[in-house]
Design a protein around this ligand. Structure first.
Ligand code: 13P
Ligand code: SF4
Length: 307
């Protein structure tokens, strides 16, 4: 076993720490991770862990959510510069302006948003529960931010709810074009196209399945097909290639990398665990307000999962 992996695993035990890793992380991080998955899965793990320390191998907003859900735990981010470019597209000032243009409409925020923005939203969603959560509101229209593509995809899955979206987007998913999918189909004929809902409409329209990162991996797990084009960040293609050696996967486009997700390395995780640097703090007044929309989402999700 890699020496660094051994050292991290020992430190984890000594300090009663847990490592949560998003599936866009560099794949070697899985060797030390206790949980690997999508935003919803990881936030549910953060809410129920009894560890003293959470190391969040992901981006800043994910570590913030973990801290909000587990205020008594110490939460660390391996690299502080790992921000989500989409989350940073909306500030509290932008949100207030967006709301003032469309008054008295429930506000739904994608979990990919800052804690400050969450304080003035009604309910949070992730890519895997967005449709169920918006449906549960049972209202004719909602404001949705920051991702316009996820918001509009949700609208297409619902029967008549109008989703008014803020013009945010993910630069990585935005890059995938239908022409890339056509090219990939030539390289891997008869492959199923699996896409993340952050992709443009032209892409989700031609996909065979649309879902969160973890839903895409579950789709492959339960599918009898053996060829797939993966329209999301490369971390998902890498994990599928590792886990299903008898199936074929190609990324929907070249260089499908979220640079911020890729900052974190095993060495950073080791340093953070050892030196307890890069701790995440969320001011109490912000955390108190932001937790409401996250808790509301988790309540709806638990209900949907137990149905
Ligand atoms: P998931 O919730 O599907 O993991 O998505 C998170 C994300 O940042 C996608 O770009
Ligand atoms: Fe944010 Fe896009 Fe990176 Fe996901 S892939 S963390 S949405 S910038």
């Amino acid at each position: 076993m890699n020496e660094l992996v051994e050292k991290i695993n020992k430190l984890k035990k000594d300090k009663n720490a847990v490592i949560l890793a998003h599936c866009y992380q560099n794949i070697e991080i899985d060797e030390v991770a206790d949980f690997v998955g999508d935003s919803l899965y990881l936030s549910r793990q953060a809410a129920k862990t009894d560890a003293d320390i959470i190391i969040f191998a992901g981006v800043y907003f994910m570590a913030q959510v973990a801290k909000i859900l587990s205020p008594d735990k110490r939460v660390f981010l391996p690299r502080m510069e790992s921000g989500c470019l989409m989350a940073d597209m909306i500030t509290l000032k932008d949100l207030r302006e967006f709301k003032s243009q469309h008054p008295n409409i429930p506000v739904v925020c994608y979990i990919n948003s800052t804690a400050e923005v969450k304080t003035e939203c009604d309910i949070c969603v992730t890519s895997s529960n967005a449709v169920d959560v918006v449906r549960s509101l049972n209202v004719p229209e909602v404001l949705f931010l920051p991702d316009t593509y996820l918001g509009k995809w949700v609208e297409r899955q619902l029967n008549g709810t109008k989703v008014i979206t803020y013009p945010g987007f993910c630069p990585t998913h935005m890059r995938i074009r239908p022409a890339d999918i056509e090219k990939a189909k030539k390289l891997l004929p008869n492959a199923k196209v699996l896409a993340h809902p952050e992709c443009k409409k032209e892409v989700t329209d031609i996909a065979d399945f649309v879902g969160s990162t973890k839903d895409i991996m579950n789709f492959v797990k339960h599918s009898s097909y053996d060829k797939f084009i993966i329209a999301t960040e490369k971390g998902v293609t890498d994990r599928l290639t590792r886990d299903y050696p008898n199936k074929n996967f190609i990324p929907a486009a070249e260089n499908l990398i979220c640079p911020n997700m890729k900052w974190n390395t095993l060495a950073d995780i080791y340093n953070v665990l050892l030196n307890e640097e890069n701790e995440i703090f969320v001011a109490e007044d912000i955390a108190k307000k932001a937790i409401k929309c996250v808790d509301r989402m988790l309540e709806v999700t638990e209900k949907c999962l137990t149905k």
